[in-house]
Design a protein around this ligand. Structure first.
Ligand SMILES: C[S@@+](CC[C@H](N)C(=O)[O-])C[C@H]1O[C@@H](n2cnc3c(N)ncnc32)[C@H](O)[C@@H]1O
Length: 246
């Protein structure tokens, strides 16, 4: 499976196997560069080791998704076009006036999806400076009803200084659960946390979230988001923090 990222005018293909090159070039005439990804995502910034094996070495594009635009170079920052529908689902649950924290915010696509639909106030926190630069530019590229602010830094340093939010999003499926304590300190009583994680089953995903968040939180819903490996899926588990919203 490969990803096409960009627009009708200019796109890049990200492929896991050089054997896919002829097929990509045959079916996607808008592809100007082909990036070969080697192995899995690595490190804090969740990047692939990559090599441009065809076309323009400049792999920056403007990706178009549900009418929004995201400038991105997939060889330098995390971006997955496969998560477009999930971003829409998440944005659909937001209400006008909400204050939302997106931890691990990348190039800002979740916050922009939310703020394009609703007049909410989004704060994104991301450790990769390149991703924050794109997030800033992307906030300006799109017509927003709400506001988006992007902060460069480690969530552990930045988030405790931001006050409390109605909704916290944790889109770091490899390690979200290690930050459960942090999220609990960032959400208002009655507020919601959306936790992404990889798991072999729905039951296991829900149990792990319950254990990590403890009695202060109640699991209210969950969904299978996307396949991850032959035996694991990416899940989203939603928890509500007990207590009344003051
Ligand atoms: C799976 S990506 C998700 C990016 C974005 N939310 C999206 O959906 O496209 C996880 C992101 O978390 C960032 N990250 C990892 N550890 C972090 C930390 N301690 N503080 C802030 N950002 C972090 C990485 O650089 C990466 O961009």
């Amino acid at each position: 499976m490969y990803d096409i990222i960009g627009s009708r005018e200019k796109a890049v293909a990200v492929i896991p196997d050089p054997g896919l090159l002829p097929r990509v070039l045959k079916y996607h005439k808008n592809v100007k560069s082909v990036i070969l990804k080697k192995g899995g995502r690595k490190g804090t910034e969740r990047l692939y080791e990559t090599e441009v094996i065809y076309g323009d070495p400049d792999t920056e594009v403007v990706h178009v998704e549900y009418g929004m635009k995201f400038r991105v170079d997939p060889s330098r920052v995390y971006f997955s076009p496969r998560e477009a529908k999930e971003r829409q689902d998440l944005a659909a649950s937001v209400k006008d006036g909400e204050k939302i924290l997106v931890m691990f915010s990348g190039i800002g696509c979740i916050g922009i999806a939310m703020a394009s639909r609703k007049s909410c106030e989004v704060v994104g926190v991301e450790i990769n400076p390149e991703a924050v630069r794109y997030a800033e530019e992307n906030a300006k590229l799109n017509k927003l009803r709400g506001t988006v602010r992007n902060i460069l830094g480690d969530v552990r340093d930045v988030c405790p200084k931001l006050g409390r939010f109605d909704r916290v999003v944790m889109p770091f499926p490899e390690d979200s659960l290690s930050y459960a304590d942090l999220a609990l300190g960032c959400v208002k009583p009655g507020g919601t946390v959306h936790v992404y994680l990889f798991s072999g089953s729905e039951k296991e995903a829900v149990e792990r979230v319950r254990e990590s968040f403890g009695p202060a939180a109640e699991v209210i819903s969950w969904k299978k988001v996307l396949p991850h490996s032959p035996k694991t899926w990416k899940y989203r588990v939603d928890v509500r923090i007990r207590g009344e919203n003051p």
